[in-house]
Design a protein around this ligand. Structure first.
Ligand code: NDP
Length: 477
C-alpha cells in the first residue's frame, strides 16, 4: 500500500481528523465499521485530498505503506478494544496503532503493554478542540514510545493548531502520559466553566444584571488577563436570544447537567495520587448537584430560595471588578492544582512530563486556550521544578493583588445565599497552602488517641505514641 496514515472510525471526530490530514497533503486510508460513513465522507469531501477508502479492515490495512500508522477514532472503551483485537492480527512488527479517542490512561497503559509484547507500537493521543479543532487544528497530546513519535511527530505537528509558529503538539511521555494529560486538561476545562458560571450567577443574582449586560461585562473581561476561548463564547451564549420565546437563551435551558467521563476520572485519579484538586472536584460535584432534581426541589420547598436578588450592588463597578479578580485568582488555583496533578502522575508512572510544554500546547486548538497559558509557560521556563504555580512571581503577584476582592466576593456570596463552591474552595485552598501551622496537628493527636496511629514531633526525628489510656507518657513508636 501507499497511504501514509489511516483512520478507522469516521464519525465527526475521525472524519474531520482525516480531512485535516488530507488537506495537509497526506495520503489517508479510510475505514469505518459501517461503510456508509466512509461513502458519505468520500461523497461530500473526497475532493479535498488524497483519500484511499476501504470497505473491509483487511483492505484498509493493505492500503497502508509500512511501517503502518493507523489512527483509531471510535467510541472510547470496549469499542476501542474490539477494533484493536480485529486489527492486530493484520499488522506487522513495527506498525503503529494510535488511539485518538478519549481513553482512560490506565486502559492506554494496558493496551500499550499488550501491543508492545506483540511487537507493535501503541500510542494513546489526547485530542482536544472538538470537531472544529479536529478539522482546523487541534491540540494533540501523544504518549507512547520515542520511536513511534519520531514517525508520528511530523504528521501530528503539521495538522495541529499553531501559535506563533509553535505547533500545539508535543511528545508528552511514554505509554499513558498523553491520555493522562488530556484527562487533566478536561478537568481544568470543568473548573474553568464552573468559575465562569459562578461569576455569572454573582452578577445576575447579586446585581440583578441581565444576561445581555453580563455578556458585555464578559466581552470587556476578554480584552484583559482573562482573555480566552471560554470567556469569549460565554459572551456569545449570554447574548443569545431564544428564537421561539424571545427570552434570553439561558432562561429556556434546563439548569441540569451531568458529570461523566474525563471530569470524573480526573478527580478519581487525584484521590489516588493524593493531590488536592479542589477546584476541579468542586466543579464536578456542582454538576452532580445540578442534576439531582428531586433533592433540589425538596430543599427549595423546605428552605425557599434565599438568593437576595440585587443586594450586592451598593458599588456596582467595584463589585464587578471584585468578581473579575476573584475569577482570575480562582482560575490560577485551578491551574496550579491541575499542574500539581500532572507532576504527581508523572512521578508515579515515570513519565518525566515537561509541564511548561503542556501549557505551550494548550495555547491553541483546545477548549482551554487562553492568553494566561503564556504566563504558565514563562513560569516553568524560569523554574522547571516550580513547587506550585501559585508561588511563581507573576501568579503570586496576581493572587496577592486580587486577594481582597476574592475575600469580599466570597463573603458577599455567602451572605446573599449565592453558591460559589469553586470560588470559595479555591480561596480556602490558597489560605490552607500558605498557613504556617495547620490544624492537622490536632487530627494527628486524635488519630493517635483513638487508634494509636502515632505522630511526628516538630523538635526531633522519629515517630511517637502517647499512652492516652494510661499515664499519658510518650513512647517511641
Ligand atoms: P463516537 O464516540 O460517537 O463513536 C462513533 C464511532 O465509533 C463510529 O465510527 C462507530 O462506527 C464507531 N464504533 C462504535 N463502536 C464500535 C465497534 N464496536 N467497532 C467498531 N467501531 C465502532 O464518535 P466521535 O467522533 O464523537 O468521537 C470519537 C472519539 O473521539 C471518542 O473516543 C470520543 O470520546 C473522542 N473525542 C470526541 C470529541 C468530540 O468533541 N466529539 C472531542 C475529543 C475526543 P459505526 O459508524 O459503525 O457505528
Amino acid at each position: 500500500g501507499t497511504a501514509q496514515i489511516g483512520v478507522t472510525g469516521l464519525a465527526v471526530m475521525g472524519r474531520n481528523l482525516a480531512r485535516n490530514l488530507a488537506r495537509h497533503g497526506f495520503r489517508v486510508a479510510l475505514h469505518n465499521r459501517t461503510n456508509a460513513r466512509t461513502e458519505s465522507l468520500m461523497h461530500e469531501h473526497g475532493d479535498e485530498g488524497d483519500f484511499v477508502p476501504s470497505e473491509s479492515l483487511t483492505d484498509f490495512v493493505a492500503s497502508l505503506a509500512k511501517p503502518r500508522a493507523i489512527i483509531i477514532m471510535v467510541k472510547a472503551g470496549s469499542a476501542t478494544d474490539a477494533v484493536i483485537e480485529e486489527l492486530v492480527p493484520l499488522l506487522d512488527e513495527g506498525d503503529i496503532v494510535i488511539d485518538c479517542g478519549n481513553a482512560h490512561f490506565a486502559d492506554t497503559r494496558r493496551r500499550e503493554h499488550d501491543l508492545a509484547e506483540r511487537g507493535l507500537h501503541f500510542v494513546g493521543a489526547g485530542v482536544s478542540g472538538g470537531e472544529e479543532g479536529a478539522l482546523n487544528g487541534p491540540s494533540i497530546m501523544p504518549g507512547g514510545s520515542d520511536e513511534a513519535y519520531q514517525k508520528l511527530g511530523p504528521i501530528f505537528e503539521s495538522i495541529a493548531a499553531d501559535v506563533d509558529g509553535t505547533p500545539c503538539c508535543v511528545h508528552v511521555g511514554p505509554d499513558g502520559a498523553g491520555h493522562f494529560v488530556k484527562m487533566v486538561h478536561n478537568g481544568i476545562e470543568y473548573a474553568d466553566m464552573q468559575l465562569i458560571a459562578e461569576a455569572y450567577d454573582l452578577l445576575r443574582s447579586g446585581l440583578d444584571a441581565t444576561p445581555a449586560e453580563i455578556a458585555d461585562i464578559f466581552r470587556d473581561w476578554n480584552s484583559g488577563d482573562l482573555e480566552s476561548f471560554l470567556i469569549e463564547i460565554t459572551a456569545d451564549v449570554l447574548a443569545h436570544i431564544d428564537a421561539e420565546t424571545g427570552k434570553p437563551f439561558l432562561d429556556v435551558v434546563r439548569d441540569q447537567a451531568e458529570q461523566k467521563g474525563t471530569g470524573r476520572w480526573t478527580v478519581q485519579s487525584a484521590l489516588d495520587l493524593g493531590v488536592p484538586i479542589t477546584g476541579i472536584a468542586e466543579a464536578t460535584f456542582a454538576l452532580s448537584l445540578s442534576g439531582h432534581a428531586d433533592q433540589r426541589k425538596a430543599a427549595a420547598k423546605t428552605f425557599g430560595d434565599d438568593g437576595k436578588a440585587g443586594t450586592l450592588g451598593s458599588d456596582r463597578d467595584q463589585f464587578i471588578e471584585d468578581v473579575r479578580k476573584a475569577l482570575y485568582a480562582s482560575k490560577v488555583v485551578a491551574y496550579a492544582q491541575g499542574f500539581d496533578q500532572i507532576r504527581a502522575g508523572s512521578d508515579e508512572y515515570g513519565w518525566n512530563i515537561d509541564r511548561g510544554a503542556m501549557a505551550t500546547i494548550w495555547r491553541g486548538g483546545c477548549i482551554i486556550r487562553a492568553r494566561f497559558l503564556n504566563r504558565i509557560v514563562e513560569a516553568y521556563d524560569a523554574d522547571p521544578d516550580l513547587s506550585s504555580l501559585l508561588v511563581a512571581p507573576y501568579f503570586a503577584g496576581a493572587v496577592s493583588n486580587g486577594v481582597n476582592s476574592w475575600r469580599r466576593v466570597v463573603v458577599a456570596a455567602a451572605q446573599a445565599g449565592i453558591p460559589t463552591p469553586a470560588f470559595s474552595s479555591s480561596l480556602a485552598y490558597f489560605d490552607g497552602l500558605r498557613r504556617t501551622r495547620l490544624p492537622a496537628a490536632l487530627i494527628q493527636g486524635l488519630r493517635d488517641n483513638f487508634g494509636a496511629h502515632t505522630y511526628q514531633r516538630v523538635d526531633k526525628e522519629g515517630s511517637f505514641h502517647t499512652m492516652w489510656g494510661a499515664d499519658k507518657s510518650e513512647v517511641p513508636a
